[in-house]
Write a protein that binds this ligand. Structure first.
Ligand code: GCO
Ligand code: MG
Length: 416
């Protein structure tokens, strides 16, 4: 037994020889892990944690990199356990984003070593393309309806819509000026204002107008972004039932999983949650009690492909489908990991795709692409199919940015 234990590489196996962490900001911040092996392959992983990027970079550089050097890159499951159980301090967004990046990079390497795209290693293709939803936004109901109509013209079969709540100076999910919506855009946190009554008064009217003007021939989604109590959420779900939403997302923070029981019992509007979860233990009750319809975890924040498969298998057993988180703060590498899983699993629901700042395309090139509002991935590109241009990344150094915070009209803190 060596100091590094049983996961030390055997002679002839693929040994991890270098570990690099790159933080760059081509329009927004990304944390990228690069693993090199003895056979000359390079694997990429995404550890982006919006607003806390440097904490993850340090966790990887200072605490994970020394553990990976000399390890056998083919032992993906064992390395996952080593990094999850090893530190004693389990879970949490920083730890799990770090494990996610390692796991994605190891799957990328495994695919490259096998000469196969990762979805082949996950059981093979189960669908040709992915139903994908983008964001539609507007400063008025009219603008929001026009924005949804534009997305439908682009070929999307599913659209999320958010619009400015009348009476509030700014609203989650709505672009500022002419810029595309990007929540983390300032040096220090923006302070947004919140009123539950104004929001509840507005959203049923917004969604009704969208259906009245554009009909029922597409999947319509809305994100509550964690702001309602279970009672308020149940009321909203009921009000929205005539609009037959595809889902109502994050109606209440799910730290208390049992808070979803009365919502599920009180409305037939489908419920989605999970983008801030880190592990299966955050959604075990939600899934096994069938309190949700869609699980929103993403490979970048929930332990990589290895752990997401477990969550999605548990979900499949209970009739819950996938809706992987896909904002611009999951890098194109994390998005690729989502896409490879989506293509292979039996219980795919929908994939979010918010899109990326133009400069991100200088750093990341992918083997998935958007065709008529649906994501497709190539059959013949091994691994995750993402390449990273490190020289381009150097042109975009890290920029400090925070997500906004939210205050009620009386000045007290609310969930953002
Ligand atoms: C979504 C999300 C995001 C988050 C963002 C925070 O459903 O896409 O709610 O837009 O706000 O990921 O970093
Ligand atoms: Mg969301």
């Amino acid at each position: 037994m060596t100091a590094l234990g049983t996961t030390r590489a055997r002679h002839g196996s693929r040994t991890i020889t270098d570990v690099d962490v790159v933080v760059c900001s081509p329009g927004r911040n990304y944390v990228t892990l690069r693993l090199g092996t003895t056979d000359g392959l390079v694997g990429w992983g995404d550890a982006t944690l919006n607003g806390r990027e440097l904490a993850v970079a340090s966790y990887l550089r200072d605490h994970v990199a020394p553990l990976l050097l000399g390890k056998d890159a083919s032992r993906i499951g064992d390395l996952w356990q080593y990094l999850y159980r090893g530190p004693y301090w389990r879970r949490g967004p920083v730890t799990m984003a770090s494990i996610s990046a390692v796991d994605q990079a190891l799957w990328d390497l495994q695919g490259k070593a096998a000469g196969m795209p990762v979805f082949q290693l996950l059981g093979g293709r189960a669908r040709e393309r992915l139903m994908t939803y983008p964001h539609a936004t507007g400063h008025s109901v009219e603008d929001a309806v026009a924005s949804v109509a534009g997305r439908l013209e682009e070929g999307y079969a599913a659209v999320r819509v958010q619009a400015s709540v009348p009476g509030l100076p700014s609203t989650y999910g709505v672009h500022v000026g002419d810029e595309a919506y990007e929540p983390a855009h300032t040096d220090l946190p923006d302070e947004e204002a919140w009123s539950t009554p104004l929001y509840l008064d507005f959203v049923p009217r917004l969604m009704k107008r969208v259906r009245d003007e554009l009909g029922f021939g597409f999947a319509l989604l809305h994100d509550g972004h964690h702001r309602l109590s279970p009672t308020e959420a149940t009321w909203l779900g009921r009000e929205l039932e005539p609009q037959r939403l595809f889902w109502l997302e994050d109606v209440t923070p799910a730290e208390d999983q049992r808070a979803f029981a009365p919502i599920k019992a009180g409305t037939t509007t489908p419920l989605a949650v999970g983008e801030v979860f880190n592990s299966i233990w955050d959604c075990q009750e939600l899934i096994s009690n069938r309190w949700i319809d869609y699980i929103r975890c993403a490979t970048t924040h929930t332990g990589g492909i290895t752990h997401m498969r477990r969550i999605l298998d548990l979900a499949d057993l209970h009739g819950v489908r996938s809706g992987c988180h896909g904002p611009s703060d999951v890098s194109p590498i994390g998005m690729a990991a989502n896409v490879h899983l989506d293509v292979a699993i039996p219980n795919f629901g929908v994939q979010e795709f918010m899109g990326y700042p133009d400069a991100a395309a200088e750093v990341f090139t992918t083997s998935y692409r958007l065709v008529d509002g649906h994501l497709e991935v190539d059959d013949d590109v091994p691994g995750l199919g993402v390449e990273v241009d490190l020289e381009a990344a150097e042109r975009y150094p890290y920029v400090r940015r925070y997500l906004p915070v939210n205050r009620r009209l009386d000045g007290s803190m609310h969930d953002w």
